[in-house]
Design a protein around this ligand. Structure first.
Ligand code: BEZ
Length: 175
């Protein structure tokens, strides 16, 4: 095994929870972040699933996040741990990441593809906002996840229309 980059675009941005030897803001070309994946195990429960982010192919877009470099000796155990944490429909994809330093590196990203068992897909933004406001699971309230993500993106100076629109809508609805 060699050291390996992993790209975080959801909770991995503010809570990586694993050891890394470098971390850099990064972008993933060709994808948009969307609250289209159901969460029955972290930010919701089976009777009232929450919504968390996945990546949707979008040729004209860039998804901004954080890339973490994991050292060779712990690559395998780190991904076993991440596979468990992200077990609700996500799969690993190896792709090219663009680091803020200007370098392009191969990296791994977790994507929940359309049609997976927990996929909820597109819905009107106000419906998504209400669902996020109402959901809560073992990892906490769904609204906290949305607000943590929006704050983390602001710290990265990354704009994400979808995330910021949902943040505004949930605030209007009292969240
Ligand atoms: C992330 O934070 O990048 C992430 C999102 C979904 C699944 C696994 C990781």
């Amino acid at each position: 095994m060699s050291p390996l980059w992993v790209f975080g675009y959801g909770s991995l941005i503010w809570r990586p929870d694993f050891a890394f030897i470098d971390a850099q803001p990064a972008k993933l070309p060709g994808y948009s972040r969307r609250f289209w994946q159901g969460s029955h195990d972290h930010r919701g429960v089976p009777e009232r699933p929450g919504r968390v982010v996945t990546l949707i192919e979008d040729v004209a877009a860039n998804c901004h996040g954080m890339a973490y470099l994991i050292e060779a000796e712990i690559v395998e155990s780190t991904f076993e741990q991440l596979d468990y944490r992200e077990k609700n429909g996500y799969e690993r994809l190896v792709t090219d990441l663009h680091l803020v330093s200007g370098t392009r590196v191969p990296g791994l990203v977790y994507i929940a593809a359309p049609g997976n068992f927990a996929y909820l897909g597109e819905a009107p933004l106000d419906e998504i906002a209400r669902q996020i406001l109402e959901a809560e699971g073992p990892s906490g309230r769904n609204i906290e996840y949305l607000h943590e993500l929006a704050q983390a993106l602001r710290r990265l100076e990354a704009h994400d229309e979808h995330v910021f629109a949902l943040e505004s809508l949930t605030r209007e609805l009292g969240g």
